[in-house]
Ligand binder design. Structure first.
Ligand SMILES: Cc1cc2nc3c(=O)[nH]c(=O)nc-3n(C[C@H](O)[C@H](O)[C@H](O)COP(=O)(O)O)c2cc1C
Length: 215
């Protein structure tokens, strides 16, 4: 492997013109994710979600975004997981997406709330049966002795449900980040990247202020 200090390339894929300032940032984010889908990138909806624990120490992990609409962005997880407990204690989060071939990054900050039960139910029902079983079988983020023990938990849950319906566990559901800040980053040559940051004072306000940031 070469030295990391020597890895260097210019970003030339696109640019972020001032015209973008007039756009609704959540619609623009949906468009950028659609661009990543069209470009057939792997996991175009993968996003890193950063939360803060009870000691004020940040934590971060990748999830798959399952919705982007005028409210914000959402993902699904176990509410008893580390992230679930952290969000219950401090409902603020940051989300970042990066699409390397498009030389684009988006960063969001805001507050997180549970999605309404009906939405979580509908999404859970759309998942393959094996994933629904998995949601019951795994105490996400808890230690387990070995892989065989996990497989045994899955077998136990599978037997318990038999041919019956696998409903959503109460501790599993959607999280909705309502952003107060969304920054779009487009790589440009010579590290003179384009950055546009949309902010609003609170999630109830539809009025976004836009600033171009220095790279
Ligand atoms: C590409 C990718 C997609 C993932 N999607 C999800 C997801 O949608 N929901 C989820 O709970 N975990 C997802 N994970 C696993 C998380 O990164 C993490 O391991 C898990 O949620 C436990 O995190 P926690 O202990 O911080 O709560 C994904 C991981 C990767 C690498």
């Amino acid at each position: 492997m070469g030295r990391l200090e020597d890895l260097r390339r210019d970003y030339r894929h696109g640019q972020l013109d001032d015209d973008a300032i007039g756009e609704d940032p959540l619609a623009m984010l949906a468009r950028w994710v659609a661009d990543a889908v069209d470009a057939e990138l792997g996991e175009p909806n993968a996003a890193t979600v950063a939360t803060v624990d009870a000691d004020g120490v940040p934590d971060a992990r990748v999830v798959l975004l399952r919705g982007i609409d005028e409210r914000g962005v959402c993902w699904y997880s176990n509410r008893r997981s580390a992230k679930g407990r952290q969000l219950a204690g401090n409902p603020h989060a940051a989300v970042v997406l990066f699409w390397e071939p498009l030389e684009r990054q988006v960063r969001l900050r805001g507050t997180v709330e549970d999605l309404p039960d009906e939405e979580s139910d509908a999404y859970f029902a759309s998942r393959p049966r094996s994933s629904r079983i998995g949601a019951w079988a795994s105490q996400q983020s808890e230690p387990i002795a070995d892989r065989a023990s996990l497989d045994a938990q899955v077998a136990q849950v599978t037997a318990r449900f038999g041919d019956g319906e696998v409903a959503r566990p109460e501790h599993w559901g959607g999280s909705l980040l309502r952003p107060t800040s969304i920054e779009f980053w487009q790589g440009r040559p010579s590290r003179l990247h384009d950055r546009l940051r949309f902010t609003r004072p609170d999630v109830g306000s539809g009025d976004w202020a836009v600033a171009r940031l220095q790279p």
